[in-house]
Each structure stands twice: as C-alpha cells, then as structure tokens.
Design a binder for this molecule. Sequence first.
Ligand code: ADP
Ligand code: MG
Length: 352
Amino acid sequence: HAPNIRPIIRALDESAINRIAAGEVVERPASAVKELVENALDAGARRIAVDYSAGGKVLIRVTDDGCGMTPDDLPLAVARHATSKIDGSDLLNIRSFGFRGEALASLGAVGRLTLTSRADGHDGASLTVAGGRMGQTRPAAATRGTVIELRDLFYATPARLKFLRTDRAESQAIAEVIKRLAMAEPQVGFTLTEITEGDAPRTIFRADPQSGDFFDALHGRLSHILGRDFIDNALKIDIDRDGLRLTGYAALPTYSRGSSVQQFVCVNGRPVLDRNLLGALRVAYYDFLSRDRHPAAVLNLICDPERVDVNVHPAKSEVRFREPEAARSLIITGLRTALSSAGHRASTTVAD
Ligand code: ADP
Ligand code: MG
C-alpha cells in the first residue's frame, strides 16, 4: 500500500463489468440453468429440454420451442441491459421472469455461449460469445425456437470455478431448479438429460405438459413430482382476499415431513425463496403439527405486480411486498381455515 500515490479512477471495460455482474447473476451451473429456462418460459415455450454434462460445468444446453429470435436480435440478446421484456418506464409492472437484460451478457462473459434461434418468418441464425468476445452472426439451420448452449462455465473466472461443488452436487441443484420451475409451469413439458462422454444420455427428470385448466394441470404435475401420496393428501387452495389470491395445494397435517423439503412458494408464478412467506406457512400449521414436523405445500401468491418488487436481487429469488403483512396473513389465515374446514383440529397444547 502506497499512501502517497493518488489512485487513478478508471471506467471498467464492458467485459470486466460483465464478469463482475456475472458473479451475482450466476452463482453456479444451476443459476445458469434457471436463467436460461426462465428465458424459454418468457418466450412462450411449451416444451423445454435441458441437457448438461459434468454437473453443468462442461455443458448446459437449453432447447425451447418458443417465439425464437431474428438474426438481428442475437447481438442485442447478449448485450448488457438489453431486454425485450420491459421498456424501462414501468419497473413496477413486471410480468415476465426476466427484465434485467443481463443473464445472457453475464453467461457470455464467464463461459462460451452459443445462441441458435429462428423466429417465424425469419431465417435461422447463430452467434457465439466467449469470455465476453462476440463473434459474427451466421446463418444456421434451425426450427422455430431457440437453442442456447453454454460450455465451460466460469472458464473466464477461474476463482469462481474453484468454488463449485462436486458434479453430483451441482447436478442435484440443477434438478431442483427444474423441478421448481416445472411446478410453477405445469402446462409446459420439461426434460432434463445428463450427457456423459462415451455413455448413453441419461434422463434425470421428465415431466410431460399437463392439460386441462391450471388446477388440473397442477394436480397432475404435483402428483408426478411430489408423488401420489402428496396429492391424495392435499387440499386445493384458492383463496381471494383484498386483491391477493393464494392458489395451490397444501398437504393435510397427517402428511407432514421431517424437514421443509416439500415447501414451494411462488409469487406471481415466480419461484421464490422468501423467509417471510415460508415463515407464514410454518405459522399456519403451527397448531396442527408437532414441533418436529414440517408442512408440505406448493403455493402461488398472485397479486397486482405493482404490489411486489422483484428487483431486490439479481437472481430475483427474493421479493418485497408493499404490504408484507397482507401476504403473510393471507397465507396464515387462509391455510388455517382450509385445514380446519377439512376437519383437522388444532392440537390443544397440553402443558404437562
Ligand atoms: P432478460 O431475460 O432479463 O430480458 P436475458 O439476458 O436473459 O435478459 O435475455 C435478453 C433477451 O434475449 C431477452 O429479453 C429476449 O428478448 C432474448 N431471449 C433470451 N432467451 C431467449 C429465448 N430462449 N427465446 C427467445 N428470446 C430469448
Ligand atoms: Mg432472462
């Protein structure tokens, strides 16, 4: 440290900025998968296939049948802060998974990213960005939709590479992300396939698109992912109060778990890890369960997007409500009422 030398302020170059941002958006392969699958959902995909190798460290490939991109879209898609989802004038009215326009720029900064896409009425094209350096847009054979291939994630940021866990642990995290999104989007089909060199591809997870109305579809999807035992013991939840709506399935107290592994909460269809909402779920069951048991539920809290801020963290898994108490109390009283009317008695805690 040289106290006498005045430091020089410099503007960082684009590639450094993207690598720094990538640290927040893409923590591990599973976060890359989340961003890419959310993009596919935003593009209106009905079927999404995810392939990966070595826990996603060597390859992640997401194929969708969504609206696709035109050749001119491709360079914009990988540019930082470029998005088709908001126009910047209304950050309080976000209806898509994405809006920050930084996932693809970040992934292209820390890995080798290739986009191949075709939109209706346009030719197919592909573009590669590796370590922040963009190649040329080239014609490519493609069906309608998009294939995004991410190779060698974090090769451009070796420090981050060192923090990754075993292939097995990273694979599990990827499967978790897919399952969460599959529960949030029951009408969309998902496949997750592990590709190992010299071996046949292995299907890790498969969920066919569910038909019928949302609840029918959700019923089928949850039965597939959480098992018949969950769904046969779950109450359909659909409560409307003060402009907030709570939907989903909540398991009866008799179907409780030893941990919180079967607790999934979405806000406006976006899977979130929100302490406040998960806390409310716990409180709702408090009188129905013994202390070592945990409720199982898949819930979606729907409200006017203006009443919730999803722009809290780059990964968008936290949210802030304008009236957090209203959200909390809907979960607590809504579920309590549902459980009581299903004939479940709150256990009277007897002091012994
Ligand atoms: P954001 O999702 O926040 O807009 P991204 O960096 O994830 O930012 O994506 C940038 C843009 O690229 C999106 O706004 C969208 O227009 C386009 N895009 C990305 N993935 C897809 C896809 N699978 N299908 C169609 N367009 C896509
Ligand atoms: Mg996105």
